[in-house]
Design a protein around this ligand. Structure first.
Ligand code: BV8
Ligand code: ZN
Length: 242
């Protein structure tokens, strides 16, 4: 289908749906300057995730892992929401029941003004004590690396979900419930390879329509009713227009 016709169809489906679940990945923030993980220039091209984004890596070398996160925190602190994030804010305002489920740790949905965001993989600006569990939000760089807990002196870690770790239970349950009651699921800017987030689309009920927005086809393109290829920052403003 021609792109304009696809956008038109998605726009009609969205305006008919009472309940919408949106699943986002790194591609939604690409136009803000946040590097994606697996594409050209993706973060995993230079670093193996198993070297840096696992509890084992952190146990082995907390300073190395923290240096990588400090670099990403600094890069992302300078990034601003783009028209894709902004379109999803408008959709939330208009839609009776919308859930924004994100794998992103950059916080840009909230910064854009989305009120209800389910962060499945945590947040880059959260810092949690490995010893007492105290968690804080801090955008400024830690004074020294690796940071230590002000309460108990324990080693602190980034408040993100690493490979092999369970996702935050409440966020995952709410995400699953949102997809199960959705009349439309919109999947934006994710390669769809990281579980359990990648499995959420399959929880959509019979009769639920599904739309995918991505620069290129992914494994999930086959699973949706409509796949739109192009930049999220160009396509989303079109499909949520009143
Ligand atoms: C768990 C946070 C169990 C930290 C991240 C083998 C088979 C199946 C599963 C597994 C397996 N081996 C292991 C697993 C499980 C594993 C997994 O899925 N591995 C995969 C890789 C095989 N999953 C886990 O370990 C999860 N936990 O299973 O726990 C458990 C249960 C109970 C008790 C204990 C344990 C935890 C996964 C969390 C991993 N954390 N990061 C950090 O950021 O440092 S994952 C990382 O990938 C990112 O955070 C991101 O959220 C996630 C997904 O990536 P995407 O967002 O999709 O990004 P990607 O770069 O891949 O794609 C970007 C897309 O955008 C592309 O398609 C591109 O075309 C598109 N794009 C680019 N520009 C644009 C665009 N689209 C539109 N517009 C544009 N402008
Ligand atoms: Zn502590």
């Amino acid at each position: 289908m021609e792109r304009e016709a696809g956008i038109e169809r998605a726009r009609a489906w969205i305006s008919e749906a009472g309940s919408v679940a949106v699943l986002t990945g790194a591609g939604v923030s690409a136009e803000s300057g946040v590097p994606t993980f697996r594409g050209p220039g993706g973060l995993w091209r230079e670093h193996r995730p198993e070297d840096l984004a696992t509890p084992e890596a952190f146990a082995r070398d907390p300073l190395l892992v923290w240096e990588w996160y400090a670099y990403r925190r600094e890069l992302i602190a300078a990034c601003r929401p783009n028209p894709a994030h902004e379109a999803l804010v408008r959709l939330e305002k208009r839609c009776e029941d919308m859930s924004l489920i994100t794998q992103n740790v950059d916080g840009l949905h909230a910064l854009a003004g989305s009120r209800r965001v389910l962060e499945l993989h945590g947040n880059l600006f959260a810092i949690r004590c490995c010893n007492c569990g105290a968690e804080r939000q801090q955008r400024e760089p830690p004074a020294s690396l690796p940071p230590r807990c002000a309460r108990c002196g324990g080693l602190e870690r980034p408040g993100v979900v690493w490979f092999g770790e369970a996702l935050p239970g409440q966020a995952l349950e709410s995400a699953l419930a949102a997809v199960r009651r959705a009349e439309l699921v919109l999947v934006v800017g994710t390669s769809g390879v990281v579980w359990p987030a990648a499995g959420l689309l399959q929880a959509a009920p019979d009769g639920c329509r599904s739309v995918l927005v991505n620069l290129e086809p992914t494994d999930q393109s086959e699973q949706v009713d409509l796949a739109l290829h192009g930049k999220a920052g160009e396509i989303l403003p079109g499909i949520v227009a009143a």
